[in-house]
Each structure stands twice: as structure tokens, then as C-alpha cells.
Design a protein around this ligand. Structure first.
Ligand code: AMP
Ligand code: MG
Length: 492
């Protein structure tokens, strides 16, 4: 089968292959029997400067099923390790194949990876495959993340394979095409460090700097390992604080799921929280609440500590000295996080200048939401005067008191109300993926082969900060009963 691959505009330069051999295995996707295109991301394809106009859906499906390889691709599975729920394990792409690194006209580089593309040398006991439901879920949640202006890997396509996968029951198999600035993970550094060879670690560090922080390479003065730890702290704090801004719970923040590019990666048991409760966990396997909403700060701190450990040999030849230097940087995490988190919460509440007691006021709101099981997203919209006022919670005396205090505080801003609303509006989304709505659209898509609702959600989440008429039901939280029983899964 010959697909007019040339006109698509692939522009591969596969630099990962220049790393030492131990970092990868050359392997092609395993062909599937009947590829069928379920969804394709036209906007993203345009951003990548890829042009599929002369290709039929059948041809596109063959490409994103891995049956026909793009011109210039050199397929690999990447090796990595990771702490999963605190336990160190050697991992690797067990069900993913990187087609290659594509560069668009703006000179931005993107990994194009098929997820669910068959067994690799890292599959362990897995079948290398993925089911349609979880792949559509990743598509929807990651595209919503992008719409919320939060760094994330993205989804270019989902293709049904025409084959069944066996999980707790038989399911339709599918492959997701994931686009990422890179797939370098903390776990990749852990994998490099466990080789016990300084030059291997150094090669990965240099590669990462070149790809994500060329400015460090130019800064000859300071130790490079230290600089990259500092960069990762910055990026991960910004990422997690943004998640907390919109109520996102990643669900499985293992070190293999933390990207050096600072993007949200590995959408498994993730979800968006409705009722504010810092202890919220939806993941079916997270019995201790290790990855609960609020724990995301502590666990990110822990993950970055594991990252810093891998770099000890590159910080200083004297191990004790290196540990001392590394620890000092890691110890700065807490204060840095707190200050970014406060800034974010102040933006959500429209508290512009620094005034003593702002933090107290923030916690009054949060505690009230928690104690009264109130929706996180809608409470901020209520303050912006954008939410209908029928919810009895907002009529309660306790809330009215906090509201009055907030109104008073807002008057002390040294800017106009219009400016305040503008800041609040760009921090408080109207539409987040509501769990019951997501699940219903996935049920329709996977059980009834009906993509209508799914496609409407994709449209809706493109502009979540803009209020639309007649869409109030998309702002409704799931019922409390639904939320209590709701569980999410790793998507294997
Ligand atoms: P994740 O939960 O997606 O971060 O995956 C953890 C590890 O398990 C990674 O190394 C995956 O490649 C691997 N894995 C997950 N599902 C499968 C599967 N169905 N077959 C083989 N490996 C898998
Ligand atoms: Mg992972």
C-alpha cells in the first residue's frame, strides 16, 4: 500500500537515536487488522504543519495505526525506570512506539508517538495494546487541559484497531497518537543513573538541555545539573499550581509520569474535582491517597528529590558536597510552591495587591467549600457574578459573611473592577470536564458508536473561559452520590 506520504509534510529529525543504545529499542508498531479513524485533531495537525487533505480517512487511519509509516520515521520504544507508588521499577514504553521527532515551520520539535501500538521489549506481562475508552478519555482530558492553557501532551488521533483487547472484559482496541515536546521523564534519568556510568548520565543531561534548555548550555558559569534541577522545580511548580487552579488531579504521579518538558503526561486515572475536598482521590488503586488533590505538592517535591539524586555525580565529584548542594535546592521547593500557589489563589479571587490577611481569606473560602461540599469551579464564577445565584449554599449566613469580607477586600485593590474581573476571568474556567458528562460521552462513543456528544465536548473545552448561552448543564457538577462512587482507572 502506497500512501502519498510526501505531500503530508513530515519533517523528521530523530535525535533520540544519537543517545547511547541502552536508552532505546528499535521497533516498529505491530500492524493491526482493520484500522478505522475515530477522531482526528485538525487544529493540531495544522499547528504541526501537516497536511492530510489528499488523504482519505482510511489512509489516515493506516498511518495512525502504525500500518503505514511516515516518511522519515525511525521507530523506537524508549527505556526508562520509575518509582511507582514509591517503589522503584524498571519500565520503558511497554505499549508505545515513537515514530520520530517532527519539526514544524516555527522550528518547534514534537515527538509523535503511537500509544497502544503493540508489544515492545519493555512490555513485561502486558499485551502492548490499549482500549478505545481510555484512549478517547486521554484525548478529551488532554485537549481540555490544552484549552485551559496548561502545558500538556496532546492528542492527534484515535484509531480503532479492529481487534479486541481483554481487560476485565472484552473491549475494542485503539491507538492514540500522542504529541509531546519530548518524552524525557524523571524516570529516564533514574534509568540512566542506575547504569552507574557518569558518561551515560552526562549524555542524557546534555541531550535534555539541548532539547529543552539550550540557554543552560550557553551559561558556562554555573553547574549544569544544578541549573536543570532548578528549571524542573520551576516548571513542575507552575504545572501543579495550574492543575490546582482548575481542580485537576493527575492520579498517578509516579516519577515515570513527570516530564522534563513540564507538560502534563500519562493521562490515566486523572479527573477534575467538583466538590472541593483537598483529600479527593478517584483512582481505584490509590488506597492511601498518595496522589490526592492536595498531596500533589508533596509528591512533586518528592519526585524532584528523586530527580536530584540521579544527578549527584554531575553536581560535584565529592558525593557529600554534591548531596549538600542538591539538598539546599530541593529544600527551597516548599517556599517556592507556597508563593506560586498563593499568587494563583489570589488571581482566582481577584485579590490584586499584597494585603495582610489575604491568605486567611483564601482559607476561609476553601474551608467553607470543604465543610459544605460546594463546587470549586462554580464558587469562583459566583464571585465574578457569572453564576446563577439559585444555589442555596451561597445564601447561607456563613457564606454571606465571607462574601462581605471579600467585597471589602476587593475595594482595596489599586485597580478598576473591570481589571479585576479580567484577571479572575482568565483564571476561572466556566467549563471543566465534569465526570458524569465525560463518562456519558465515553459510553455513547464506545458502546453505541455515537461520537456526537464527545465531539461537542471537544468543541466546548476549546474555549473554557468563555461563557456560552444555553450551556448551563455543562457547568453542573456531578451529583454527590455519583461523585462518592466515582472511580478512575490506569487505562491499561
Ligand atoms: P502508565 O500507567 O501508563 O504510566 O504505564 C506504566 C508502565 O506500564 C509503562 O512502562 C507502560 O508502558 C506499561 N504498560 C501499561 N500498559 C501496558 C500494556 N497494556 N502492555 C504493556 N505495557 C504496558
Ligand atoms: Mg507512565
Amino acid at each position: 500500500m502506497n500512501i502519498s506520504n510526501n505531500e503530508i509534510g513530515w519533517n523528521f529529525d530523530n535525535t533520540y537515536l544519537n543517545l547511547p543504545e541502552i536508552f532505546l529499542s528499535k521497533i516498529n508498531p505491530v500492524k493491526v487488522s482493520s484500522p478505522e479513524l475515530i477522531i482526528f485533531n485538525e487544529n493540531l495537525s495544522n499547528d504541526l504543519n501537516l497536511d492530510f487533505k489528499s488523504n482519505s480517512d482510511t489512509e489516515i487511519a493506516k498511518i495512525f495505526a502504525g500500518n503505514v509509516l511516515p516518511n522519515g520515521s525511525e521507530c523506537i520504544a524508549q527505556a526508562y525506570a520509575g518509582h511507582q507508588f514509591g517503589y522503584f521499577t524498571v519500565l520503558g514504553d511497554g505499549r508505545a512506539v515513537l515514530l520520530g521527532e517532527h519539526t514544524n515551520k516555527e522550528n518547534n520539535k514534537f515527538d509523535i508517538q503511537l500509544k497502544g501500538s503493540g508489544k515492545t521489549p519493555y512490555s513485561r506481562n502486558g499485551d502492548g495494546r490499549a482500549a478505545l475508552g481510555p484512549m478517547l478519555r486521554e484525548y478529551l482530558i488532554s485537549e481540555a487541559m490544552h484549552g485551559l492553557n496548561i502545558p500538556t501532551t496532546r492528542a492527534l488521533a484515535v484509531v480503532k484497531t479492529g481487534e479486541k483487547v481483554f481487560r476485565e472484559k472484552e473491549m475494542d482496541g485503539a491507538i492514540l497518537t500522542r504529541i509531546a515536546s519530548s518524552h524525557i521523564r524523571i524516570g529516564t534519568f533514574q534509568y540512566a543513573a542506575m547504569q552507574g556510568k557518569k558518561d551515560i548520565l552526562e549524555k542524557l543531561l546534555n541531550y535534555t538541555m539541548k532539547r529543552h534548555h539550550p540557554e543552560i548550555l550557553e551559561n558556562k558559569g554555573q553547574n549544569k545539573a544544578i541549573q536543570i534541577i532548578e528549571k524542573l522545580i520551576e516548571k513542575q511548580i507552575s504545572l501543579v499550581v495550574n492543575w490546582m487552579r482548575v481542580g485537576f488531579i493527575h492520579g498517578v504521579l509516579n516519577t515515570d509520569n513527570v516530564s522534563l518538558a513540564g507538560e502534563t503526561i500519562d493521562y490515566g486515572p486523572c479527573s477534575y474535582m467538583d466538590y472541593y475536598d483537598p483529600k479527593t482521590v478517584f483512582s481505584s488503586i490509590d488506597h492511601q491517597g498518595r496522589y490526592s488533590f492536595n498531596n500533589q505538592e508533596i509528591i512533586t517535591h518528592w519526585n524532584i528529590s528523586r530527580f536530584a539524586e540521579t544527578l549527584i555525580p554531575l553536581i560535584n565529584n565529592d558525593e557529600d558536597k554534591a548531596i549538600k548542594i542538591g539538598s539546599k535546592i530541593i529544600d527551597s521547593f516548599g517556599d517556592k510552591f507556597k508563593s506560586q500557589w498563593l499568587k494563583m489563589m489570589k488571581n482566582k479571587l481577584g485579590l490584586i495587591n499584597d494585603i495582610p490577611n489575604d491568605e486567611k481569606l483564601i482559607f476561609k473560602f476553601l474551608n467553607w467549600m470543604e465543610n459544605n461540599r460546594v463546587d470549586y469551579t462554580n464558587t469562583f464564577l459566583y464571585l465574578m457574578n457569572s453564576q446563577n445565584n439559585n444555589d442555596a449554599h451561597y445564601k447561607s449566613k456563613t457564606f454571606q459573611n465571607i462574601y462581605a469580607e471579600w467585597k471589602n477586600r476587593i475595594r482595596k485593590n489599586k485597580c478598576s473592577e473591570k481589571e479585576v474581573i479580567k484577571i479572575m476571568a482568565s483564571n476561572n474556567p466556566y467549563y471543566i470536564p465534569r465526570n458524569h458528562i465525560v463518562e456519558k460521552s465515553l459510553y455513547e462513543a464506545t458502546i453505541n458508536n455515537n461520537m456526537k456528544e464527545f465531539n461537542s465536548l471537544i468543541q466546548l473545552y476549546k474555549n473554557p473561559y468563555k461563557k456560552l448561552e444555553n450551556n448551563a448543564n455543562y457547568q453542573q457538577p456531578s451529583s454527590f452520590e455519583f461523585t462518592k462512587k466515582y472511580q478512575t482507572f490506569c487505562g491499561t
